[in-house]
Design a protein around this ligand. Structure first.
Ligand SMILES: [Zn+2]
Length: 149
C-alpha cells in the first residue's frame, strides 16, 4: 500500500510516485474496450498526468491499473469553436466506463489502498462492490434429484 505522508523535518509534503500497474496494486480491470466510435485509445501517460493533478498527493507514473485503458473523443459543440475532449476510462468489472476524473479518482484510491471490496466510486456504487471480477463464483448447483418411475 502506498504511504503518502508529510515530512515534518522539511515542512514539505512528500509526493510519492505511484505506478498503478505495479503488481502490488490489485486491479479489478477486465480489459474491456469500446466500439471504435466511442473514442480512440490514448497513451496512459496523458491520463496519468491529469490524474496527478487531482487532490491526491501522488505523482502517477507508468501505466493505468492493469485492465484499464483511456480513450478520448474530440468534439466541438454546435455553434462553438471550442473543441472539447470527452474521456472514457474502460476496464471496470461492470462493463461500463468512467466519464470523468472525479468518477475514476475514488476507484484509483481504492486500488492503491487495496480496498476494492468497499469501493464507493460511481460505478461500484451503481453495481455493488462485489460485481464483475471480484464477485465470488456462484455456488455449485445441487445434484439433480433422482427421478423414480
Ligand atoms: Zn470503485
Amino acid at each position: 500500500m502506498a504511504n503518502v505522508s508529510a515530512n515534518p523535518d522539511a515542512d514539505q509534503v512528500q509526493v510519492q510516485d505511484i505506478d498503478l500497474s505495479d503488481p502490488q496494486y490489485t486491479s479489478d480491470g477486465i480489459g474491456n474496450h469500446p466500439e471504435r466510435s466511442t473514442g480512440i485509445r490514448q497513451p496512459d501517460t496523458m491520463y496519468l498526468h491529469i490524474l496527478s493533478r487531482m487532490d491526491i498527493l501522488c505523482n502517477f507514473v507508468g501505466s493505468l491499473p492493469r485492465g484499464y485503458s483511456y480513450f478520448g473523443r474530440p468534439h466541438a459543440p454546435l455553434g462553438s469553436s471550442i473543441r472539447r475532449y470527452d474521456l472514457f476510462i474502460w476496464g471496470h468489472p461492470s462493463g461500463r466506463c468512467f466519464r470523468s476524473h472525479r468518477q475514476f479518482c475514488p476507484h484509483v484510491v481504492s486500488i492503491v489502498q487495496n480496498k476494492l471490496d468497499n469501493c464507493a466510486c460511481y460505478l461500484c456504487a451503481i453495481n455493488g462492490p462485489l460485481s464483475g471480477a471480484f464477485a465470488p463464483p456462484p455456488p455449485p448447483s445441487p445434484p439433480a434429484a433422482p427421478t423414480t418411475v
